[in-house]
Structures are given as structure tokens and as C-alpha cells.
Design a protein around this ligand. Structure first.
Ligand code: SAH
Length: 392
């Protein structure tokens, strides 16, 4: 096996089990590994550190897979890792919920692989050359473990580009219904368009938060901003909200939400196909107020360098929402930017409250669910955070 020797001192992060080795940490490559090839990583004194996948094109030159020298990642190793990721989620899948994330990349010791389950179908993301090389074993094991009817490749283009790969999408195995797959989460049904929907088709990372927030919404008028296919809207209606207004700028999202309302035999909903910031300004001008508002925007800070600009955008958005809430009103506000940690998010919210002239309390702190675990040695896996706030 090709071995790669790290510069003196660069073994530290590897020993702490961080799964990335940056190209600048590499002292010497013994051999000519292809992109995605399995290599062994050695400290400057030639001590074995870990096995990983090499990629000469990526800023992350080696993605570490295994720290025990006796456990060379072979076919059995891959199958075992997938088995354990799936076994750890078995309690999430119940008669009320048949969708969740089955494999979450580095957090499941499978860097570059994401697998989401949508009832009888799977959507996978193959984000590194290392995963690409082991695709056949992965697909085979997924088929065996999940009795799936079809596996769809919905890989993120940007992530693949970092590893020097082309975009990739389409059916990997099996068959898909022509239009929608129907899934259930928290007892609510959703139509999912795996091929055309955003990300992998459904935001299963908000499963718990939809439930938690909905518990406060009985009899309330609710504004669900960035509604996508209606996760928060439908949970609010199921919990007995008096009226829900959903806003999203994507026509497909609104169309899917409307289908989901019918699918669950709900009504009392208004859908607005518009930009949220524009709509919030309009509500303010028209003096339209709500008992509760949900803000679940897309990622505003794709990296640390975008933090300042993103902080201002989060602040403005939250300030506008707070202005539409009376005393006693509730705001469930989220950020899925990994670069914005909980402390920073709280500061942004405090800043928004000052600007809005509102006193607020944090009632609950919200996070990504257990099928998106965070490895203590890889806190980069933490991205979704939320605050449930009350205007006092
Ligand atoms: N709350 C949703 C997930 C939100 S994802 C759920 O529970 O499933 C973010 C959504 O924001 C996407 O549907 C996207 O279309 C929408 N979006 C992005 N920018 C927007 C904008 N400026 N105004 C309105 N919607 C926007």
C-alpha cells in the first residue's frame, strides 16, 4: 500500500481522530497513488497513524477512514461500517416515520458518503473519489440491508468538484415511480420528488424540531417562512394551528406543499410564492401580525469568510420577523450554516431583538437530530441550530 508521511507536528490532529489531512501537512508520498486510492498515513518518524483515501486534487489530501492498523479497509470493513450506521438508526424508523438519514459521512466514519432513506427508496450522495471507487460494494450492501426498491444518485456538484469529479445523478439501481415517492414523518405524509427536489429531496434534519415547535401552535396564526414542501406547516396544522401562511421562492416547493396539504386532508392554509424578505416587509406595511413565525432559511454562510455578511442577513431577517410578533408571540428561528455556531447565533438574535425594539426569551435550544450525529473529534459535522423564542 502506498504510504504518505506527514510533516513533523502534523500527526497531532490525526491522533486526535480528526478525519482530514490537508495537503500542506504532507511531507512525502511514497509511490504514485491514484485519486481515491487507499493509503496508509505515517507520522514523520514512520509510525503508523491511520488509513485514508488520497486525492491529489483536493485541499483535503487524505480523508481518514480507520485508525487501527489491524483493520485495513477491505470489502468486509465497508460492509460493517454501513451495517453499523444503519443499525444505529433502527429506532427512528417506526410506523409513523419511514424517512431518515442512514449514513452521515465523516460522522459515521464514511467520509464522502451520505445516504437518505425515503420509504422504500434511497438517495445517495457520493462526494469523494474514495467513495466513488467503492460504490459497487456500497450499493450492494445498501440493497441487502434495506430491501430498497430503488437507489438514486443525487450527489452535490460543488462537493464533487472539490475532489476533481464531474457532476453525477440518476438511477443507480432499481426503479422509481414516475413522479413522487410518498413518505411519512411524525405521522404526516409527504410527496417527494427525489430527482428534482432540493438537496436530497426532503429536509429530514428538521424532524424533531417540526414536532417540538408544533406543540406550541394550537389555535395560533402561524407564518412558515422558507416552507419548502411544508414540513413545519403540516406539523402546525396537525397540532391544531388556526391558520398557516407558508412562503417560499421556489415554485416547485409551493406546488409540492399544496399537494402535501391535499394528501393529508388539511386546509386553512395560504401559500405565497415570493421572496421572504420582500413578503415580511409587505406584511409590516400592511400591519399583518402573527402569533408565531418560523424562519428556516437556506445556508447564508457557506464558509467562515462569509460569516460577517451572513450575520447581517440573519440579523435583518430575524429583526423583520420579530416586528410582526406581538407580546407573547413565538419565533422559531434556525441557521443551517456550520460556520455560525450556537453562541454566534444567539449574539445575532440579541442584536436583531435590540434593533426590533423587542425583549425576548429563549424557551428552547434546537439542534440537528440523532441521525445527523456529531463526532466529538469532528465538530464540523454540526450545522443545524435553532432557537425557540418568546416575545415578552
Ligand atoms: N423549512 C423547510 C426547509 C427549508 S429549506 C422544511 O421544513 O422542509 C430552505 C427553503 O428556502 C427552500 O425551499 C428554498 O426554496 C427557500 N428559499 C431560499 N431563498 C429564499 C428566499 N429569499 N425567499 C423565500 N424562500 C427562499
Amino acid at each position: 500500500m502506498v504510504s504518505i508521511i506527514l510533516k513533523r507536528g502534523k500527526e497531532k490532529a490525526v491522533l486526535q481522530r480528526h478525519p482530514w489531512v490537508f495537503s500542506g501537512a504532507v511531507q512525502q508520498v511514497n509511490g504514485k497513488p491514484e485519486n481515491g486510492q487507499l493509503v496508509s498515513v505515517l507520522a514523520f518518524d514512520k509510525q503508523f497513524l491511520a488509513y485514508g483515501h488520497y486525492n491529489a486534487q483536493s485541499r483535503v489530501a487524505i480523508r481518514l477512514l480507520e485508525w487501527d492498523e489491524a483493520h485495513t479497509p477491505n470489502e468486509a470493513w465497508w460492509r460493517k461500517r454501513i451495517q453499523s450506521a444503519i443499525a444505529n438508526r433502527s429506532h427512528i424508523l417506526t410506523p409513523n416515520t419511514n424517512t431518515c438519514r442512514l449514513v452521515y459521512s465523516e460522522s459515521d466514519y464514511l467520509p464522502g458518503l451520505i445516504v437518505d432513506k425515503y420509504a422504500d427508496y434511497l438517495s445517495v450522495q457520493i462526494l469523494t473519489t474514495g467513495i466513488e471507487r467503492n460504490k459497487n460494494i456500497i450499493i450492494d450492501e445498501l440493497q441487502k440491508l434495506t430491501s430498497t426498491k430503488g437507489i438514486y444518485d443525487k450527489s452535490d456538484i460543488t462537493a464533487r468538484a472539490h475532489d476533481g469529479m464531474e457532476a453525477s445523478s440518476g438511477i443507480l439501481w432499481g426503479e422509481f415511480p414516475p413522479e413522487y415517492v410518498e413518505v411519512m414523518e411524525n405521522g404526516i405524509k409527504y410527496h417527494i420528488n427525489i430527482a428534482e427536489g432540493q438537496k436530497s429531496g426532503f429536509y429530514c434534519d428538521q424532524r424533531h424540531n417540526r414536532n417540538t415547535v408544533a406543540a406550541y401552535l394550537k389555535g395560533k396564526t402561524v407564518l412558515d417562512c422558507f416552507s419548502y414542501s411544508g414540513g413545519f406547516t403540516l406539523n402546525a396544522l396537525a397540532a391544531g394551528a388556526a391558520q398557516v401562511t407558508a412562503v417560499d421562492s421556489s415554485a416547485l416547493a409551493i406546488e409540492t406543499l399544496q399537494k402535501n396539504i391535499v394528501l393529508n386532508a388539511f386546509d386553512i392554509t395560504q401559500t405565497i410564492h415570493s421572496d421572504v424578505n420582500k413578503q415580511l416587509r409587505l406584511f409590516k406595511e400592511q400591519e399583518v401580525f402573527f402569533d408565531a413565525i418560523i424562519l428556516d432559511p437556506p445556508k447564508y454562510a457557506p464558509s467562515r469568510s462569509a460569516l460577517d455578511k451572513a450575520a447581517r442577513a440573519y440579523k435583518d431577517l430575524n429583526r423583520m420577523a420579530m416586528q410582526l410578533l406581538p407580546t407573547g408571540g413565538l419565533l422559531a428561528t434556525f441557521s443551517c450554516s456550520g460556520a455560525v455556531d450556537m453562541e454566534t447565533f444567539k449574539q445575532i438574535i440579541a442584536w436583531a431583538a435590540l434593533d426590533a425594539g423587542k425583549e425576548i426569551q429563549i424557551i428552547q435550544q434546537l439542534h440537528q437530530p440523532e441521525d445527523h450525529p456529531v463526532r466529538v473529534s469532528f465538530t464540523e459535522g454540526e450545522y443545524l441550530k435553532g432557537l425557540l423564542l418568546r416575545i415578552v
